[in-house]
Each structure stands twice: as C-alpha cells, then as structure tokens.
Design a protein around this ligand. Structure first.
Ligand SMILES: Nc1ncnc2c1ncn2[C@@H]1O[C@H](COP(=O)(O)OP(=O)(O)OP(=O)(O)O)[C@@H](O)[C@H]1O
Length: 270
C-alpha cells in the first residue's frame, strides 16, 4: 500500500475530498511495462525483454499534482506513456474514476500531454496553437477566442495570439504548449520533462508558474522530471523511482525528513 501522506495549503481540499470518499482520479495498479530487446544477436531466440516499469501502483487524486522523480532510465517516461495509452501494459491496470482504461485509445482518454519539446505547430501562430483542441471540439469561434485569450493571459503571454512560433523563446514556447494542453480541459495532464530543455533559472521560475497555473485551473497532473528542485516546486506529492520500481510517494517535506529507505535518502542527497 502506498502512503499518500498528508497535504497542506491548497492540498487540504484534496485531502478533504479523499476523506469524503470522493475525489477519485487516476489509479495505477501493479503496472508492468516491458520492451522487447533489440532484435538480432543473442536476444532473437530468447525473446528477452527489458522491464521498464516493475509492478508500480500509484494514485493521483482529482486536483492533485504528483511528480515522478528518478534518474535517467528508471522508467518514469514509460509509466507516464502507459498511463497515456501510448505503451501497452504487460500486467496491471490503469483506471480513471474506477473505469478501466484498458483498450481505450489515447485520444479517447481525455488526457492532455506535454513533452520536453512543446511540439507546437510551426505553421500556426501562438493563438491558433492554443485553439487547436477547441477547434477539434467544435467550440464556436467567439468562445474559442475568449478562451485562448484567457489561457494566454494565465501563462503570462497576454496578447500573444498573432505571434509566430518561430519568434518565441524556449520558455514562451513551453508556456504556449501548456496553454494548448489545458485548452480542452483534460481530466488529467501528463507532463514529460516539460522544462528540461530550458536553462536552470528559467526552469525554477517556470516550475512555480506551472504549479500556479495547474492549481488555478484545478488540473490533475502527473509530472515526470529528473530534477529534484523542479519536482519539489511543482508537486503536492513526489514519487521516487529507481530501476522500474516506485520506492516512495510523499509530500516534498515528508520525503526530505523521512525517506522510507536508504536508497531514497541517497538519491535525494543531503
Ligand atoms: N521503446 C523502447 N524500446 C526498448 N527499450 C526502451 C524503450 N523505451 C525505453 N526503454 C528502456 O526502458 C527503460 C526505462 O526507460 P524510460 O525512458 O521510461 O526511463 P526514464 O526514467 O524516463 O529515463 P529518461 O529520463 O532518460 O527519459 C530504460 O532501460 C530504457 O532503455
């Protein structure tokens, strides 16, 4: 059983929802993700696999931000991709509000995705990038324009509607990418190293801003990062991964004060 730890500040509402028996959200149970090793050579006959995620269980309650933290290759992205439906589960289940997502394709999960490179559409201006998901939902133009303006303002880019993507800085691109991911009001936002390509100072500032934006929009989020400071700045709870396993999930201060194992303590450092 994974300890959920206690919340503070804006997390109190989440804690209250849990106590009421409400606040359901994402439940990952005993999930295993395996990859076939590269074909050829010795592996061809043995059908050997890499276990990227090794029986991981994790809850993310509605309105909560959970960061997955761990060194390169520990399986964070694989777990996030499995939740998104981009990787098949070798074992275990992923549910939302108790509804099993097995067999539900990526685009039907109502989850948003944001990656290290925001992958903006280069031929659309900033506003039309943000509007993309709203167009797909056939939101009428005036309502769309209002929502795009509101989202750009929320991410600190008020008035940027007509700016060409090529003229935006790295930080501005990721802000647009965040606004675009939030536009269709995803029930869960999955962020994979969204700030990693930015320099440290900007990363620190944006981590705090991402948290503010997610909280202001009441967005439930799973945030993958290898950066301790970023995880602690963004999340209500932080999950530490190593070798495909989830070692501990706890609020930042609890993780610092009471690491559950020597491995967690060593990873977090002094
Ligand atoms: N498509 C793939 N095919 C084969 N092996 C893979 C594939 N994707 C990931 N892996 C392996 O699975 C393990 C976990 O990788 P994953 O990308 O999930 O880790 P990570 O913690 O997100 O690392 P990083 O921060 O470097 O992206 C690694 O050993 C990796 O080499």
């Amino acid at each position: 059983m994974i300890s959920r730890g206690s919340g503070t500040g804006s997390n109190d509402a989440v804690t209250a929802a849990r106590a009421d028996g409400g606040g359901a959200g994402l439940a990952v149970r005993d999930v295993v993700v395996r990859y076939a090793k590269a074909p050829g050579g010795l592996w061809r006959r043995t059908r050997a696999t890499t276990v990227a995620v090794d029986h991981v269980s994790l809850d993310v309650d509605q309105g909560e931000i959970v960061a997955l933290l761990g060194p390169s290759g520990c399986g964070k992205s694989s777990l996030l991709r499995a939740v998104a439906g981009l990787e098949p589960l070798a074992d275990g289940t992923v549910t939302w509000d108790d509804g099993d997502l097995t067999g539900v394709p990526v685009h039907r999960r109502q989850f948003g995705l944001m990656f290290q490179d925001g992958q903006l559409f280069p031929h659309r201006d900033a506003g039309r990038n943000v509007a993309y998901g709203l167009e797909a939902q056939h939101v009428p133009a005036p309502e769309r324009a209002e929502r795009v303006a509101g989202l750009l303002e929320l991410v600190g880019l008020a008035g940027y509607e007509r700016r060409r993507v090529a003229t935006l800085s790295g930080g501005e691109r990721q802000r647009v990418a965040l606004a675009r991911a939030l536009a269709p009001r995803p029930r869960l936002l999955l962020l994979d190293e969204p700030l990693s390509a930015l320099d440290r100072r900007l990363r620190e500032r944006l981590a705090a801003e991402v948290r503010r934006v997610l909280k202001e929009t009441g967005t439930t989020a799973l945030f993958v990062t290898h950066d301790h400071d970023e995880a602690f700045a963004v999340a209500d709870r932080v999950g530490v991964m190593s070798g495909g396993r989830l070692l501990q999930v706890a609020p930042p201060e609890e993780l610092r004060e009471k690491p559950a194992t020597a491995e967690v303590a060593e990873f977090l450092g002094p």
